[in-house]
Design a protein around this ligand. Sequence first.
Ligand code: C6P
Length: 419
Amino acid sequence: MSPLAENMSRTQPSAFDVERLRRDFPILDQQVHGHPLIYLDNGASSQKPLAVIEAIDHCYRHDYANVHRGVHTLSERATLAFEQARGKVQGFINAAGSEEIIFVRGTTEAINLVAQSYARPRLQPGDEILITEMEHHSNIVPWQLVCEQTGALLRVVPINELGELRLERYAELLNARTKLVALTHISNVLGTVNPVREIIDQAHARGVPVLLDGAQAIPHALIDVQALDCDFYAFSGHKLYGPSGIGVLYGKRALLEKMPPYHGGGEMIRTVSFEKTTYNDLPYKFEAGTPHIAGAIGLGAAIDYLNRVGMTAIAAHEQQLLTYATEALSTVKDLRIIGQARHKASIVSFVIAGVHPHDIATIVDQHGIAVRAGHHCAMPLIKRLGLPATARASFALYNTTEEIDRLVQALEIARKMLT
Ligand code: C6P
């Protein structure tokens, strides 16, 4: 163990036993290209604990049927488990009511829902939607579509050299034409944790609602939507140790009540005739068609698991990994960390002078290490940074300082091979 790792392990909270937690994730116990797998691509999707795998398995083996439709026993059991999962999500983000939790496919669908159902009916030509320079495409393109549909305009808050939002520019850009602010809680490229409470307060002072893209924040921090006072919060199950294909849109009840359905079909209706259809109550008004039943149940199991481990302990462990990785990566010659914000989550983008990030990712994969390279679905940000791409290591609750040491060794090999 390196001295840095020894120092870190001494300061790790004693209750947080990472080696024990790793055993909850069966996928981690394998070799890739003859090396023990080191999975550092958690920003793209995290691995699943046995509790989630078993909950999905149990659902399909014992309790599976369509939900809200049958009076038979299996349908009642599936409906109960599905609605219990909704309650778990409500508790996890401290929403005021379970009707404020809409199950969707993921962050992307949640944002599209708000763009089409909240923004589109309200926008007039010349109105403005305010986003930021560090958004993922999922929080850019839905707004561009709705701007094309309505004649509204997209305005963009710039970042500074550290990768933080320029709040003085935000204050200037917020104006009487602003109809919605939509921003990421944590940047998937820079790791920046945005001061969302301050941003929300300023928007609310002008009567402007705020959507937070929580895709990267939800696995790293305790989220309390009431304390944040955000109007919408979007996240994906698969980054929260749950299944893919399931995600959540939280919305304040008063706003959701006034929004028209996004998709039409079964489940979202109360009565249908060829002349007129009336719609179901919240949250079902927004859940047309058969939902991802086992996905929601798996997400509920992920939340139970995280509650057992403790989000505060997870956040503390990940902050230690971030500090360790920032120091350790800085020892690699010609490596530059992209994103130096004062408040960061455990996401570290970097470049090595003279080496393409894709080549870095390919070489470290030969050492069993999974990192992501590319534009990370944030092309405007990558362009603003003047880079072709970055490599990115993103850490989860099961990562260790030893894994970071292995990454550093593999990066040294890559650098020597390619420069
Ligand atoms: N970012 C990454 O590697 P979906 O695909 O709907 O689950 O999540 C989209 C999304 C939205 N916002 C942010 C901030 C995100 O990071 C992501 C997903 C992954 O960074 C895949 S591109």
